[in-house]
Design a protein around this ligand. Structure first.
Ligand code: PMP
Length: 408
C-alpha cells in the first residue's frame, strides 16, 4: 500500500484549509489526527447507546459493556499481552503516576535505586523524582551522549539495589535513543537482579509493532490520542504475575467486591484498577482506531515512509547555516528536532505557524534532556502515515521565508 494517498482522505481534518493551503501538520508527536472511523464510532456511541459499563443490566448497558471489553481484547492483541493485563487510564501520564503510587510507593524503600534515562519526558521523570524524595531512594540516570544523541548504557549501573527501571522506548525529542541491543541488555540485567521494568511507549506505539512479551517488561504505558484515538484515554499494561503487588490507584465504584467497613475486598484483574465511571466512548473510539490500523497500516512500510519524509527534512536543514539537527542516525525516524543559532525556537515555530505549518517548539517537556544537550529549546517536526512529500515541501518553503525574515 502506498502511503499516504490511500489514507489521507480518511482524515476529515485535511479537508480544512489553512491560509488557503491544506493543513501542513507536523506535530504528530504531540497528538495525531483521527480517521472518520474513530469519529463515527464515538459519535454513534453517544447517539445511539450512551450507557455506563459494568453496571446496568438493560440491553444498551450490556451491549456497551460487551463492546468496551471487546476493545480490551483488541488492545491486548495489538501489544501482545493478555486482555486481563490491560488497564484503561486517562493517558500515559496517569499510567506512570499509577505505577509510581500503586506499585512504587509500596515497594520502593530507602536506599533503593530507580533507573531512568536523561532523555525522559517529564511524565516519566517527575513521578520517580517525587517517589525517590518521599522514600529516600536514589535516581540513577542513563546518560545521553551529546555527540551521538544516544543513551550510553553501562551495565554496571544495574546492581542489587536496583528495584525499578523506568525508561523511554522512544524519545519525544530525539526518536530512538537506544543503541542496537542496549534495551534488551538493560532488561536482561534488570531481570537478573529482580528489578521491575516500565517502558514508556507514548512515542513508539504508533510507529512500530509492540510485543510486550518479547520486550519482557512488567509495565508498558501509552496514550490513545497519539495513535489516532480519542483524548482522555490511555493504557497501562501490568504483567499478570505483578498485579498482586500493585494496589488500586484509586478506589471507588465498581472495583470492589465488598466495601463494608472492616471487610474491604477488591476485585481482581483490570477491574481492581478501574475505579469510577469508565471513559466508554473513548474506549470504543480507540477500538475503531486499532481496527483501522490493523486494516490499513503495515508497520514496516509506515516506518520507511516516515523515515523518507524525515530524511528530506534533515537534508534540507543540513544545508542551512546555523541549524543543528539533533537525533541519532537511525533509519526509523518519525521525529526531527533542531536548534537554530540566531532565532529562538518559539519565534521560528510561530512564523512557520503563520505560514500554515504546525510544528512544536520549546523543551517539549524534556527539560533535562535539553539541558544535557546544551540547548535551551528546539523546534520539532514529527510525521505520521498521512503526511506527504508536499507537506515537507511546504515546511521547506515556509522555512526559506523565515530565513529571509530572520537572516538565517
Ligand atoms: N511520554 C512521552 C515520551 C511523551 O511524548 C508524552 C506526551 N508528549 C507522554 C509520555 C505523556 O503523554 P500524555 O500527555 O498523553 O499523558
Amino acid at each position: 500500500m502506498s502511503f499516504p494517498k490511500t489514507l489521507r482522505s480518511d482524515f476529515p481534518i485535511f479537508e480544512k484549509k489553512c491560509w488557503n493551503n491544506e493543513l501542513c501538520y507536523l506535530d504528530n508527536a504531540a497528538t495525531t489526527h483521527k480517521p472518520n472511523a474513530v469519529i463515527e464510532a464515538v459519535s454513534e456511541f453517544y447517539r445511539f447507546q450512551n450507557a455506563s459499563v459494568h453496571r446496568g443490566i438493560y440491553s444498551q448497558a450490556e451491549s456497551a459493556t460487551a463492546q468496551f471489553e471487546a476493545v480490551r481484547t483488541i488492545v491486548s492483541s495489538f501489544i501482545g499481552s493478555d486482555s486481563n493485563e490491560i488497564v484503561f487510564t486517562s493517558g500515559a501520564t496517569e499510567g506512570i503516576n499509577f505505577v509510581a503510587d500503586a506499585w512504587g510507593f509500596h515497594n520502593i524503600k530507602a536506599g533503593d535505586h530507580i533507573v531512568v534515562s536523561e532523555a525522559e519526558h517529564h511524565a516519566n521523570l517527575l513521578p520517580w523524582l517525587r517517589l525517590a524524595e518521599r522514600k529516600n531512594a536514589k535516581i540513577i540516570f542513563i546518560p545521553i551522549n551529546k555527540d551521538t544523541d544516544q543513551l550510553d548504557f553501562d551495565e554496571s549501573i544495574i546492581t542489587c539495589r536496583t528495584k525499578l527501571v523506568a525508561v523511554t522506548h522512544c524519545s519525544n525529542v530525539l526518536g530512538n535513543v537506544w543503541k542496537h541491543g542496549d534495551l534488551d541488555l538493560l532488561v536482561k540485567k534488570a531481570r537478573a537482579v529482580g528489578a521491575k521494568i516500565l517502558l514508556d511507549g507514548a512515542q513508539s506505539v504508533a510507529h512500530q509493532k509492540i510485543d510486550v512479551k518479547t520486550l519482557d517488561i512488567d509495565f508498558f504505558v501509552f496514550s490513545a490520542h497519539k495513535i489516532m484515538g480519542p483524548t482522555g484515554l490511555g493504557f497501562l499494561f501490568i504483567k499478570s504475575n505483578v498485579q498482586d503487588d500493585v494496589q488500586p490507584y484509586q478506589v471507588g465504584g465498581v472495583m470492589v467486591h465488598s466495601a463494608l467497613p472492616g471487610s474491604l475486598k477488591w476485585r481482581t484483574g483490570p477491574q481492581k484498577f478501574e475505579a469510577g465511571t469508565q471513559p466508554v466512548a473513548q474506549v470504543i473510539g480507540f477500538g475503531a482506531a486499532i481496527n483501522y490500523i490493523n486494516e490499513k497500516i503495515n508497520f514496516c512500510k509506515l516506518s520507511s515512509h516516515e523515515n523518507s519524509l524525515c530524511e528530506k527534512i534533515i537534508s534540507f536543514l543540513k544545508s542551512v547555516p546555523g541549524v543543528k539537527v539533533l537525533g541519532p542516525k537511525s533509519d526509523s525516524k518519525h521525529i526531527v528536532s533542531f536548534a537554530v543559532a540566531v532565532v529562538h525556537a518559539h519565534d521560528l515555530a510561530d512564523f512557520l505557524g503563520e505560514c500554515g505549518v504546525a510544528v512544536r517548539a520549546g523543551h517539549h517537556c524534556a527539560q533535562l534532556l535539553h539541558n544535557c544537550l546544551g540547548v535551551e529549546a528546539t523546534v520539532r517536526a514529527s510525521v505520521f502515515c498521512y503526511n506527504t512529500a508536499q507537506d515537507i515541501d511546504c515546511f521547506i518553503n515556509a522555512f526559506n521565508k523565515a530565513r529571509s525574515i530572520f537572516g538565517l
